[in-house]
Design a protein around this ligand. Structure first.
Ligand code: WTA
Length: 662
């Protein structure tokens, strides 16, 4: 069976290393003795009765206005969790802590890239959220509406999300690096009524703009009635008096009362949409609801990070525009009453020790980041973290892509001082919360393995025919519904069934390949579909191909994700030009930039190779495998099915000559 990732074989080369991986790391005695959980009791409880287990978590960790009467209604593939229960997510994140006398506790230590800071307590946050919730109502936003959010990493971003949750409107956060086209596609798909954005933000020491992009999107769509703009950088922006409002003016205005009782939402009401790339060009609006989502996110945030809210300073260095930020910067930490750090900018501004400086200054206890970042830090060298006292760290987390054992060991040694457990958390936008991860006081870890499903989650590998695989490689499937699972794809229930539940009967198919070793440890190997993973960001080959052929000079395009030392995979585009165009480096660069304009800079190919033809089978199918081999400099395997063998030699020559982005 094929478990080689369809878009890259970076992980394949090291599978054997994984198998001979004999380093194991047990939780240190000192850690175990004070850990929230240090034995198998949660696993045993969940194995004995998973519904009773999740019901207990829901009642212990979530405050309900009305208790639920039924834990799960499962009409495959449609799940409803905690039926009859009513709650409000913003109440759980804010009011209940303030009511319990913890209003003065810091919710966020926010640090802007230029060095400006804000300290936001739970009482401050509640106040600002209530005011903005009333502002939203004043602008005509009602329960059940969708609100689109396109913002940099500033405190007003979680404020906007929580204000939506408070009044029962669903948010759809679009990462600030996406283009105007991507933003308008998402606005259209969700029929969003309001857009919340900013003049800009800071990255790599410079302000960047967002308002122009937001304007272009609003122009191209029909449903946005008003735009709220946060002033972050003070740069000049174009202004349309009939739709644009400054956030700070609204918050000083008559509608911004601080009294806003939370809506009582049904456990299955929509909390948010988050768009993610699939195997087709059209992104999917992943739906998450309130009760089940919050339960799993709070549970995992607490136990996977061994969170002690009274003493810990937790930092997830992701962007809120992705699911990691939704679940583990906003909802999980706030519902747990944690103190978190939020950092606006890039890790190399002003110096390559910015992260370590932040860890030292705030006394960060848990750090959660991505393997691609760790590999970058490795490249920058151990002298950077060594400049700082990192002894406050207790738990290190990683997410987004498989972590290679070298990066794991570097993280362990140079950041964790050899003593912090590492939690390698496997999950997806669709799963809402962690699914496979160590528990730091319980699990013996191996560098590069996400180990086992968390309590209450059940995963199995299967072969091509859907038969369970006990040892060796297979497709990763989840065998039982879980509370924070996606409830569907916005507006397309059939696509939901088709994408996730049709490949293997009765099982959720994650799209990832994995191996299970002799000790029963899981090793994630990457995507087995046409989804690439670039620095932990999901980008579909089809999406990039459509953006390439959208350029007037392009006749045909094929895209592959090739192994890359830093970003995990890199996008390589092979492009056939239309007849009248010459294959110049300038045109290649123009085509590359075109993708950035269409989709956003994160989707810009590292290289565009202008080729006379593409390798195709006799039936006309593009052989992407060969293109990957070329991109990764491997000798070609079997090429006998190729219609024209000489094509590959020509492509190889062109690839060697094509300019690459650094
Ligand atoms: C990959 C991010 C290996 C995987 C939370 C998955 C991982 C996709 C890990 C989801 C991990 C995420 N080890 N691979 N610990 N975590 N992935 O939706 O391929 O942006 O399917 O969610 O990232 O990406 P998404």
């Amino acid at each position: 069976m094929a478990t080689t990732p369809a878009n890259g074989t970076s992980t394949e080369a090291t599978i054997e290393d994984y198998y001979v991986e004999d380093r194991i790391f047990e939780p240190a005695d000192g850690f175990r003795s004070s850990a929230l959980t240090a034995d198998r009791s949660l696993y045993d409880e969940a194995a004995a009765d998973r519904l009773a287990f999740w019901a207990r978590q829901a009642r212990e960790h979530v405050t309900w206005f009305t208790d639920f009467h039924t834990v799960l209604e499962w009409d495959l593939p449609f799940a409803k969790w905690f039926l009859g229960g009513t709650l409000n997510v913003s109440y759980n994140c804010l009011d209940r802590h303030v009511e319990a006398g913890r209003g003065d506790k810091v919710a966020y230590w926010w640090e802007g890239e230029p060095g400006d800071t804000r300290t936001i307590t739970y009482a401050d946050l509640l106040d600002e959220v209530c005011k903005f919730a009333n502002v939203l109502k004043g602008l005509g936003v009602e329960r059940g509406d969708r609100v689109c959010i396109y913002m940099p990493m500033i405190p007003e971003l979680p404020v906007a999300m929580l204000a939506c949750a408070r009044i029962g409107a669903a948010h759809s956060v679009v990462f600030g690096g996406f283009s105007a086209d991507s933003l308008s596609d998402r606005i259209d798909d969700a029929s969003a009524k309001l857009l919340i954005t900013a003049d800009g933000g800071y990255r790599r020491g410079e302000p960047f703009g967002l308002k122009d992009t937001a304007d272009a999107s609003v122009e191209a769509t029909t449903t946005i009635e008003n735009v709220v703009v946060v002033q972050r950088t003070g740069q000049d922006v174009s202004w349309n008096d009939s739709v644009d409002y400054w956030y700070h003016e609204l918050m000083d205005g008559p509608t911004a009362s601080a009294d806003c009782p939370p809506e009582h939402m049904d456990s299955e009401d929509l909390l948010y949409l988050l768009y993610t790339s699939g195997t087709t060009a059209k992104p999917k609006g992943i739906m998450h609801t309130t009760g089940g989502y919050l339960t799993q996110v709070v549970f995992t945030h607490k136990y996977v990070f061994d969170l002690k809210p009274d003493t810990d300073v937790y930092w997830c260095a992701a962007d809120i525009g992705w699911v990691t930020g939704h679940s583990y910067i906003v909802y999980g930490p706030l519902a747990n009453g944690a103190t978190s750090v939020i950092y606006e900018g890039t890790p190399d501004t002003p110096g390559r020790d910015r992260l370590w400086d932040i860890v030292e200054r705030y006394g960060v206890t848990q750090l959660y980041t991505a393997p691609t970042a760790i590999r970058t830090f490795m490249k920058w060298g151990a002298q950077e973290p060594a400049k700082h006292d990192l002894s406050s760290l207790r738990v290190l987390g990683t997410v987004g892509e498989p972590i290679n054992p070298e990066a794991w060991m570097w993280y362990h040694t140079h950041i964790g001082g050899g003593s912090c457990p590492i939690v390698d958390t496997w999950w997806q936008t669709e799963t809402g919360g962690h699914m496979i991860s160590p528990l730091p006081g319980v699990t013996t870890t191996k560098p590069g393995s996400a180990t086992h499903p968390i309590p209450g989650v059940f995963a199995e590998l299967v072969d091509d025919d859907g038969r369970p695989v006990e040892r060796g490689g297979g497709y990763l499937t989840i065998t039982r519904p879980w509370p924070s699972m996606l409830r569907g794809i916005w507006g397309d229930p059939e696509r939901y069934r088709e994408t996730y539940w049709s490949r293997f009967e009765g099982r959720y198919f994650a799209g990832d390949g994995a191996k299970i070793d002799d000790d029963g440890y899981l090793w994630l190997l990457g995507r087995v579909d046409d989804v690439m993973n670039i620095s932990g960001h999901r980008i579909s080959t089809t999406e990039v191909e459509s953006a390439l052929v959208d350029h007037a000079a392009v006749a045909e395009a094929a895209v592959v994700g090739a192994a890359d030392d830093t970003t995990g995979q890199a996008i390589i585009g092979y492009v056939i030009l239309r007849g009248s165009h010459d294959a110049t480096d300038e045109l290649g660069e123009e085509v590359r930039q075109h993708v950035a304009t269409k989709l956003g800079p994160i989707a810009r190919p590292k290289t565009v190779v202008l080729v006379p033809d593409l390798p195709k089978t006799r039936s006309g199918k593009i052989m992407r495998r060969l293109l990957r081999d070329v991109a990764e400099g491997r000798s070609l395997g079997d090429t006998t099915t190729l219609a024209d063998q000489s094509v590959v030699d020509e492509i190889r020559t062109r690839a060697a000559e094509s300019p690459q982005e650094d």
